[in-house]
Design a protein around this ligand. Structure first.
Ligand SMILES: Nc1nc2c(ncn2[C@@H]2O[C@H](COP(=O)(O)OP(=O)(O)OP(=O)(O)O)[C@@H](O)[C@H]2O)c(=O)[nH]1
Ligand SMILES: [Mg+2]
Length: 319
């Protein structure tokens, strides 16, 4: 598939072209950047919803039920499941795919999982690009599901307009989410598995934590109860999600977030490209390998070699 074919196919809502582009994104193929660069002006319309929380708290089940509710309201949906622990691309998260397959026959829902390939920052870069691709494809709502356990997940979720943080009843005395600083990023708290004992207690705990938050905020994150098996609480959650989006629009926060995201994206992309170019230029070069040996023998120090190489690299770039 040529770049032009891919661009055309995606703008004409052909699923296999979208699937191909996301694979190219995962493979860090140069063509992917060219396609994305041409698609970019067609993006910025989707409402991106991040879903994060402890493993097994029911994120995928929740997204499945939310998708059904959004479809009822005639919204089209894209879903990206990010699996930071998976060494594979694409094929990971079989369980998620099985659970989400109730939407597979629905052409208006697109589901994709993404795994890490071990590149630092590669996963959040790839996820961000996949969101751009699905946005250009024309989905109204894009879910990004990620396990909330560390910094990289918080970065991934940065691309969302509305962030749902899930938790479950009886998950320890303290709120698990607070450990990773996830508490601060929540727009809506979801206590899932409300059928289990201790659900109300969990809601009270989260509200008590919110009461302690000294920050002035126009949007106090609501705490909602759901059952992602039966669908209880799902319509109310969809209402809150739409209400949050309306709040973002009316207060000008959406525009502000958009600016911040563009700044972060440009910043991230420049660093990423510089790193990529640098390693591309240096790998396997004899003087690079020689310098490494000299550093190991203490004949040279890595501080000045790093400066020399970067200066040389930047100089050769400007010619
Ligand atoms: N009792 C009960 N079980 C639920 C509920 N929602 C999900 N589950 C179950 O919880 C288990 C985990 O659900 P998932 O949706 O895979 O959770 P997840 O957070 O996506 O899991 P990871 O992606 O592995 O972190 C499954 O067995 C679900 O059937 C609920 O509301 N009540
Ligand atoms: Mg899941």
């Amino acid at each position: 598939m040529s770049v032009a074919e891919l661009v055309d196919g995606i703008l004409n809502k052909k699923r296999r072209y979208l699937a191909r582009l996301i694979s190219l994104i995962e493979e860090e193929d140069y063509d992917a950047q060219e396609v994305l660069s041409q698609l970019y002006r067609h993006t910025g319309k989707a409402h991106v919803i991040g879903v994060t929380g402890p493993p097994g708290s029911g994120k995928s089940s929740l997204v499945t039920k939310l998708t059904a509710e959004f479809r009822k309201r005639s919204h089209t949906v894209g879903i990206i499941c990010v699996d930071p622990s998976s060494p594979f691309t694409g094929g990971a998260l079989l369980g998620d795919r099985i659970r989400m397959q109730e939407h597979y026959l629905d052409d208006e829902v697109y589901v994709r999982s993404m795994g890490t390939r071990g590149h630092l920052g590669g996963l959040s870069r790839a996820t961000s690009d996949a969101v751009t691709a699905i946005d250009a494809f024309g989905k109204d709502i894009i879910f990004v599901e990620t396990v909330g356990t560390g910094q990289s997940e918080v970065e991934v979720i940065d691309i969302a307009h509305t962030i749902l943080v899930t938790d479950v009843p009886g998950s320890g005395d303290d709120i698990q989410a607070s450990k990773a600083g996830i508490m601060e990023i929540a727009d809506i708290f979801v206590v899932n598995k409300m059928d289990l004992p201790g659900a109300d207690k969990k809601v009270t705990e989260i509200n008590a934590m919110l009461d302690l938050d000294p920050r002035e905020r126009e949007w106090r994150p609501p705490v909602l109860l759901t059952n992602s098996r039966t669908g209880d609480g799902i319509p109310e959650l969809v209402e809150k999600i739409l209400e949050h989006y309306k709040h973002l629009t009316e207060t000008g926060l959406l525009e502000k977030k958009g600016l911040q995201r563009s700044r972060d994206e440009l910043d991230q992309l420049m660093k990423y490209k510089l790193t990529q170019e640098l390693s591309h230029k240096l790998q396997g070069r004899p003087e690079y390998e020689e310098a490494i040996k000299l550093i190991a023998k203490r004949k040279k120090d890595p501080y000045s070699v790093a400066e020399e190489l970067i200066a040389e690299f930047l100089f050769s770039e400007s010619r």
